[in-house]
Design a protein around this ligand. Structure first.
Ligand SMILES: [Zn+2]
Length: 342
C-alpha cells in the first residue's frame, strides 16, 4: 500500500483529489473536535504502518459515530416538528428488539412471516394505516372506533380484547415457554395448581413458571401499543416509561405471591412495534446463562439465539391477526348494513 503513489508527480490529479478530500474531512468534523490527518504526501506511508492502521480504525469509528449522531439529530428535528405521534414512532423504532423481526432468517415454521405479516408490521413501523383504504368506523361502535382518529384502533378495540388480542398474548407466552424449554428449564404454562395452599382462592396465577435446579421464575406477558391514543404522549415523552410502568403494574400484582412460591417474578413487557422491556431482555440473558452454568443447555448457541427471536415474531404475527380480525368484523358489519338498506 505504501507504494501506491510512488513516482506520482506532486501536482497530479490523484494528489489534488486526495488533498481536497482530506481538507473536506477536516472541515466537516471541526465542530466535533480537531482532527489531524496526515498530509496527502505522507498519507499512504502513514496508513501502512502498524500505528497508522490502528489510527485508521479509530478514525472509522469516529466517523461512523458522527454519521449516526447527525442522522439522529435530523430525524429528531423532523419528529419534533411533526408532533407527538412522530416522536412516539421514532422512540418505538429505537427500542431494543425492534430489528429482530426483520433480521431473523427463518429456520423453522415458528419464524416464518406471511406477506400479510410483513405488510402490516412494516406499515405500522412506517406510521401508515394498516390498509391503504380504511373504513370510517369500527364495528364496535365505540367512541374511540374512528379509524381517521386512530388507524390502529384494532390494537385497543374492545371487541378484539378477548379474541385476537388474547391469541397474540398466547403466542408470546408459548414462545417464552419454548425458549425456556430449549435451554432445559422445566416449564409449566398457566399453572392451575394453587401455589398458595392457605388461601381458598388464588387468582394471581402467572402465565408461566420456569424452573431450573435451585432457580424458579414466574413470568407474565403484557403487550403495549405505543401509538394508542392513551399511550402516545407517554411514548413521545420518554421511550422507556410505557414499558417500565407496565412492568411495575405486574410487579405489584405478582411479586408477593411469587416470592411466597419461592419464585422470582419477571414481567415480560413488549411493545406491539417490537420493543422489548428491560426485564424481558435481562430474563432471557439470565435464563440462558443460568442453564449454561448448570449444563442444562442441550441445544447449540445458535439455536437458543434464534429461539428467543420467536418472541418478537409472535408479536408481529399477532398484530396481523388483530388487524385482520378487526377489519373483517367491520367489513361484515358494512355488508350487513348494505343488505338491510337494499
Ligand atoms: Zn373497535
Amino acid at each position: 500500500m505504501k507504494d501506491t503513489f510512488v513516482g506520482e508527480s506532486k501536482d497530479s490529479r490523484h494528489f489534488s483529489k486526495l488533498k481536497g478530500s482530506l481538507a473536506r474531512l477536516e472541515a466537516d468534523v471541526k465542530d466535533e473536535g480537531d482532527l489531524k490527518l496526515p498530509s496527502a504526501e505522507a498519507f499512504f506511508t502513514y496508513y501502512s504502518t502498524k500505528e497508522g492502521v490502528k489510527q485508521a480504525k479509530s478514525l472509522q469509528q469516529r466517523f461512523r459515530t458522527l454519521v449516526w449522531k447527525r442522522r439522529d439529530a435530523a430525524l429528531r428535528a423532523v419528529a419534533e416538528a411533526e408532533g407527538k405521534m412522530a416522536k412516539a414512532r421514532l422512540h418505538a423504532q429505537r427500542q431494543r428488539g425492534v430489528s429482530y423481526v426483520i433480521t431473523t432468517v427463518p429456520t423453522s415454521s415458528d419464524q416464518e412471516l406471511s406477506d400479510d405479516d410483513v405488510e402490516i408490521n412494516t406499515r405500522m413501523a412506517l406510521g401508515l394505516p394498516p390498509h391503504p383504504q380504511m373504513p370510517v368506523h369500527c364495528s364496535c361502535g365505540q367512541a374511540n372506533g374512528s379509524y381517521a382518529a386512530d388507524a390502529w384502533h384494532a390494537m385497543s378495540c374492545r371487541d378484539e380484547l378477548h379474541s385476537s388480542v388474547t391469541d397474540r398474548h398466547d403466542g408470546v407466552k408459548h414462545a417464552v415457554a419454548r425458549l425456556a424449554t430449549a435451554v432445559g428449564a422445566k416449564v409449566v404454562v398457566e399453572p392451575r395448581k394453587k401455589e398458595r395452599r392457605d388461601r381458598k382462592e388464588n387468582k394471581k396465577r402467572p402465565d408461566t413458571v420456569e424452573e431450573l435446579p435451585g432457580r424458579k421464575w414466574w413470568t407474565d406477558e403484557t403487550i403495549l401499543h405505543p401509538y394508542n391514543p392513551t399511550n402516545v404522549s407517554v411514548s413521545a415523552e420518554n421511550p422507556q416509561t410505557l414499558l417500565k410502568s407496565a412492568e411495575q403494574v405486574k410487579h405489584i400484582k405478582y411479586d408477593e405471591e411469587a416470592s411466597y412460591a419461592g419464585a422470582t417474578f419477571v414481567p415480560i413487557a413488549l411493545e406491539s412495534t417490537g420493543g422489548f422491556g428491560t426485564e424481558a431482555l435481562l430474563f432471557i440473558k439470565e435464563l440462558i446463562k443460568e442453564s449454561k452454568k448448570q449444563h442444562m443447555v442441550w441445544h447449540d448457541k445458535e439455536y437458543v439465539n434464534m429461539v428467543y427471536r420467536n418472541i418478537a415474531i409472535a408479536v408481529a404475527r399477532g398484530n396481523t391477526r388483530i388487524v385482520k380480525s378487526n377489519l373483517a368484523k367491520t367489513e361484515q358489519e358494512l355488508q350487513l348494513g348494505r343488505r338491510r338498506r337494499a
